[in-house]
Design a protein. Structure first.
Length: 219
């Protein structure tokens, strides 16, 4: 596996790189967001570790540009601990958010989980009338027209479809899709459900609110 470590602090890059290499990961480094975007454009990475406060291009903007180029997993690694920053990061499609100071061993475990989650889905295609979800191809088609979902919207939809007709608590969805149960506030799930319903258009009714629990994909 190959990862890209992006941080303007060289000590952070060196520590993460040392632990990553000990975990048999190949590593590249960048000290600003602009270089990170170009490196993703010209290389294939299994994961990008991205700081927020950086010169040239901040982590939020870099993440947005990276996601336009390739659907590569991104883990934010930042000293910013505000909940709004974390929620905004997840809405951009990041796969995890780690705050500094951090445990390098825990970060390695999170990288492994994120990458395994991206590769675990079987080669399956689900069809519900004119709605088609291609798990392996990571695409969604509505009435023969492909639509664009954020990576997190797609992960959320796939998980709900694979557990169709089952009421899923918000906490369960958070852990299954984001690999965290950190949030006491449920806004991150509710925000993604709202966006997903909007994107599914005439098939939004498949996503049902289960009062007092969470949501389910009903067929």
């Amino acid at each position: 596996m190959k990862i890209l470590i992006v941080d303007d602090e060289i000590k952070i890059r060196e520590v993460v790189s040392e632990y990553a290499k000990a975990s048999d990961y190949e590593c590249d480094q960048a000290n600003n967001g602009r270089d990170a975007v170009e490196m993703v454009r010209n290389n294939d990475y299994d994961c990008v570790i991205l700081d927020i406060m950086m010169p040239e291009l901040d982590g939020f903007t870099a993440c947005k540009n990276i996601k336009k180029i390739k659907d590569v997993p991104v883990i934010m690694l930042s000293a910013r601990q505000e909940e709004d920053d974390k929620l905004f990061s997840f809405e951009l499609g990041v796969d995890d958010y780690v705050t500094k100071p951090f445990s390098p061993k825990e970060l390695m475990a999170r990288i492994k989980v994120v990458c395994e989650r991206r590769n675990k889905h079987p080669n399956a295609v689900y069809r519900f009338d004119g709605l088609m979800i291609d798990v392996d191809g990571r695409s969604v088609t509505i009435d023969d027209e492909k639509i664009t979902l954020t990576p997190k919207e797609l992960d959320l939809l796939i998980y709900m479809v694979e557990n169709k007709n089952i009421a899923l608590a918000r906490e369960k969805l958070l852990f299954a899709v984001w690999q965290t149960d950190y949030y006491e506030d449920d806004r991150t799930i509710d925000t993604h459900i709202k966006m997903l319903r909007k994107d599914l258009g005439p098939y939004a009714s498949h996503i049902v609110t289960v009062r007092g629990t969470g949501y389910k994909f009903e067929v």
